[in-house]
Design a protein around this ligand. Structure first.
Ligand code: 13P
Length: 252
């Protein structure tokens, strides 16, 4: 049985002051989630990592939203994996569509980051998903397949199931226009099929695949009751602590 995973993604939101207030209020949620066999956490901007981790400790997962694949060097503005590890951060989103769109990140580049995170025993949350144009052309699956195959290049069978995949159709992100549970399940099951082809059924049965895109407290359950959807990556609805709490309570 795969454990359900509920992850927030704050994107470029919350000052340290705001982040600390959220963490203080959300602190007890982890215990409740674990009691119900659900893993729960938030991925936050770099500056919020240390203060949020200090408050939450191991109550909720605290993850980064991006990292560099190199350990150190002349890369102004970048954050390395050793810097994250030093803060006891072991989760990191990779290849979010906003990074692909606004910062020209490619699946090849994501692959380097995934390999570096795995080498450091960290958990990459690898995002994939198609644009509205690709969706309307009926090319979702071939597009996502390429993202998965490239992202997993040279990832060993032993490591593959440690990656979390998040399927986030770009047209559903922040638009309130979510993919139906049938569409989300169809693509997530397709992704699991690719993993099976690459690594066999032991890995494909183990790997966790999330859906993301306008997930709210009132629709989270319909996604998470699908066979191949193991959790959610939530943007907007993870920003308000009450709505974040409701994501969990509405699942129980
Ligand atoms: P929204 O939940 O705001 O649509 O964002 C989804 C997302 O991009 C999570 O990574």
């Amino acid at each position: 049985m795969r454990r359900k995973l509920l992850l927030g993604n704050w994107k470029m939101n919350k000052t340290v002051t705001e982040a600390k207030a959220f963490a203080t209020e959300a602190k007890t949620l982890g215990r409740e989630a674990r009691a119900n066999k659900i893993d729960m956490g938030i991925c936050v901007p770099y500056v919020d990592l240390a203060p949020v981790k200090k408050i939450l400790k191991n109550s909720l997962i605290v993850g980064a939203e991006n990292c560099n694949e190199l350990d150190h060097g002349a890369y102004t503005g970048e954050i390395s994996i050793p810097m994250l590890k030093d803060l006891n951060i072991s989760w990191c989103i990779i290849g979010h569509s906003e990074r692909r769109m606004y910062y020209a990140e490619t699946s090849e580049h994501c692959n380097k980051k995934i390999l570096a995170l795995l080498e450091n025993k960290m958990t990459p949350v690898y995002c994939c998903g198609e644009s509205l144009e690709t969706y309307e052309e009926g090319k979702t699956k071939e597009f996502v397949e390429e993202q998965i195959r490239v992202g997993f290049k040279n990832v060993s069978a032993e490591d593959a199931s440690k990656v979390v995949i998040a399927y986030e159709p770009i047209w559903s992100i922040g638009t309130g226009k979510n993919a139906s549970k049938e569409i989300a399940e169809d693509v997530c099951s397709f992704i699991r099929g690719i993993i099976k082809e690459l690594y066999g059924s032991k890995v494909s049965n183990k790997i966790r695949i999330l859906y993301g895109g306008s997930v709210k407290p009132n629709n989270i359950k319909e996604y998470l009751t699908q066979d191949d959807i193991d959790g959610a990556l939530v943007g907007g609805a993870s920003l308000d602590v009450n709505s974040y709490k409701e994501l969990l309570t509405n699942l129980l």
